[in-house]
Design a protein around this ligand. Sequence first.
Ligand SMILES: Cc1cc2nc3c(=O)[nH]c(=O)nc-3n(C[C@H](O)[C@H](O)[C@H](O)COP(=O)(O)OP(=O)(O)OC[C@H]3O[C@@H](n4cnc5c(N)ncnc54)[C@H](O)[C@@H]3O)c2cc1C
Length: 394
Amino acid sequence: MKTIAIVGASVAGVRSAQALRAAGFDGRLTLLGDEPHVPYDRPPLSKEFLAGSTDEAGLALLDDEDLAGLALDLRPGTRAAALDTAAGRVRLVDGGEVAADGVVVATGGSARRLPGTSDVEGVHALRTLDDARALRAALAPGSRVAVVGGGFIGAEVASTCRALGLDVTVLDGLDTPLAPVLGPTVAATCVALHDDAGTTLHAGVAVEGLTTAPTSGGARRVTGVRLRDGREVPAEVVVVGVGITPNTGWLQGSGVKVENGACTDDGLVTDVPAVVAVGDVARWCRGTSTHRHEHWTSAGEQAAVAAENLLAGSTVRTVAPSGYVWSEQYGRLLQLAGHPDSRDAVEVLHGDPGERRFVARYVGTDGATTGLFAMAEPRMFGRLRRTELPRRAG
Ligand SMILES: Cc1cc2nc3c(=O)[nH]c(=O)nc-3n(C[C@H](O)[C@H](O)[C@H](O)COP(=O)(O)OP(=O)(O)OC[C@H]3O[C@@H](n4cnc5c(N)ncnc54)[C@H](O)[C@@H]3O)c2cc1C
């Protein structure tokens, strides 16, 4: 293999470049990213960057030395339009093309929006650096912020906005936000952090739409969120955190199967030889189940496996992610590892959930530990992770 194109220049793309070079690939390596920025990290966007304690330089995924060491043909602001696998080419929106004997699909996902709100001022999503800049600029002192969606990103935005002294309301359709990921017991402890910090949570509610008012310039500006039960939550800023849609449009006609992501085998290899997929966009199959992880650590773990298989020309290694996820909310580090089922029992191993400092294990029906969760206990989490989850489960 002489040329490899990685499409998508975020963490999955960058980790793929590093893994390919580490595995000995010495051919031409092109990294295409449609955003105009050099590769940057997303997790701080809802935390330190939004709070103003980290600047853009603090987000960089690669410094000049890394770039030189990788001998990377990095092309920011370059959008792939199509993949022509027969010709071994990635076609670009600007009319150009990139030769690629091998391709890494690392195009991630785009934030879902509320229908009909794209032209309403004051409504934000948070996926990109540009989104984060716009949201940060909108958080004027005294603003009321409504966060639609109480998942990890919504909760982090709420937490940061509270720390900035703003009036914050979180709206979620579930009775216990985060329960599908953390199970109801652990999720309830996380959700309680909102209340502790003075954030209003409306759980189990359906959002009907936004209330708006005309601006002097003839546009519409948000004034609040209307719930299906008739209530209205007034807000000058609305942040929508309702998940992502995988970026797969450019794969149409390529032969790569697309179904809620780019479908792969359990080694991240697609149906098309010499095309692998990694990160948020990849949906891999194991037996009858399929997985798509939207988490930072998983992107790096997948990149190492995909690089090895791409260079080998077939699946020689399967993906076995650690399931590690972290979040920071209201000054507390939340950590999860393993692959718990949301119905698993929960046993506290250390600390006290009432004190908002604890480590708990998830217990499967056979009594085995399926996962580990910690709130504000990173050291104990690290120690117990080694004993409770000694082997990485896929
Ligand atoms: C605000 C925020 C906070 C987060 N916090 C955490 C956290 O605390 N812990 C955690 O585990 N995870 C966190 N995540 C999730 C984590 O950042 C993602 O899992 C990770 O970014 C996925 O990386 P990726 O490279 O697969 O995809 P993405 O980051 O989505 O990157 C894909 C890139 O490909 C580009 N692209 C798309 N289509 C094309 C095309 N046709 N041509 C060229 N380029 C294209 C996109 O513009 C994008 O730059 C957070 C995410 C966000 C948004």
